[in-house]
Write a protein that binds this ligand. Structure first.
Ligand code: IPD
Ligand code: CA
Ligand code: CA
Length: 267
């Protein structure tokens, strides 16, 4: 019988194995290709790790689907709401993997018939794993994560925001966001959306916003954020559809409302 518990254990085990491969890879020379531009990188390891997940899933769960960033598995047409879907980002933060060799992660989620069920985000350099089976609590390695303390004041809050949105752009009103720079305790951009969102889920960061993430970037973190009772919507305040690209705005309820009302203006 394929239980949720079994899938959860496998997701953790495989994310860890993938992380070991990546930890070794940063000591070696890595083959890099440009995807759409010099700022959009992919390495041989992104594809290798996604193939590793594809092969494991095919062996243990042949009826399940894989939604991965590199698209190594061509699944044909299927309705994700009616299937078991593994949502995998083999390396989240490829630019960091190539340049700084830290702050990247392996992100694995399992959605069962549209229900966010398992989330695993593994940082192989810190050897730190965030993991959740919905309803059973979020963990950092073996330790239950503390509940997120609801912060109400922007002044005392730290946010993850990509600097791109502070410069003139076609999507967000940069002037409003610039006000948030001054009003808040500060901004951080770690460079792995999955890790940044795991930090929000564990209270290290108080909120985050993104204009266009892939389902694989936020899939695992979404399960964690839900488990911790954080409010996660699109930048327009609408529910997130987690099988496609989406904007993301997450924080505890009061902060989320303040961000939405005072600082986010989608053009
Ligand atoms: C990227 C990282 C980055 C975020 C980008 C993502 P990748 O993922 O998560 O932090 O700002 O939007 O595409 O390409 O390294 O897997
Ligand atoms: Ca990613
Ligand atoms: Ca990636």
């Amino acid at each position: 019988m394929q239980t949720e518990e079994m899938m959860y254990q496998h997701a953790k085990e495989w994310a860890y194995e993938a992380g070991v491969i990546l930890r070794e890879a940063i000591t070696q020379e890595i083959d890099i290709e440009y995807k759409t531009s010099a700022a959009d990188l992919v390495t041989e390891k992104d594809k290798e790790i996604e193939r590793f997940f594809a092969s494991k899933i095919k062996t243990y769960y042949p009826t399940h689907y894989l939604l991965g960033e590199e698209g190594v598995e061509k699944s044909g047409d299927y309705q994700p709401e009616h299937e078991v879907v593994w949502v995998v980002d083999p390396i989240d933060g490829t630019t960091n993997f190539v340049h700084t060799k830290a702050n990247f992660s392996v992100s694995v989620a399992i959605y069962i018939e549209g229900k966010p069920t398992v989330g695993v985000i593994y940082d192989p350099v810190k050897d730190e794993m965030f993991h959740v089976l919905a309803g059973r609590g979020l963990y950092i390695d073996q330790k239950p994560a503390a509940p997120v303390v609801e912060k109400k004041s922007i002044e005392e809050s730290l946010f993850c925001v990509n600097h791109l949105w502070l410069a003139p752009n076609d999507d967000l009103n940069e002037k409003k966001l610039q006000q948030l720079v001054g009003d808040s305790r500060g901004f951080r951009c770690i460079g792995s959306a999955a890790l940044e969102l795991a930090y929000v889920a564990t209270g290290r960061i108080d909120g985050a916003l993104y204009n266009g993430l892939g389902a694989w970037d936020f899939g695992a973190a979404y399960v964690m954020l839900q488990e911790q009772g954080l409010t996660c919507t699109t930048l327009a305040g609408a529910p997130v559809y987690y099988f496609d690209h989406s904007s993301i705005l997450v924080a505890s309820q009061t902060l989320h409302q303040k961000l939405l009302n005072q600082y986010i203006d989608v053009k």
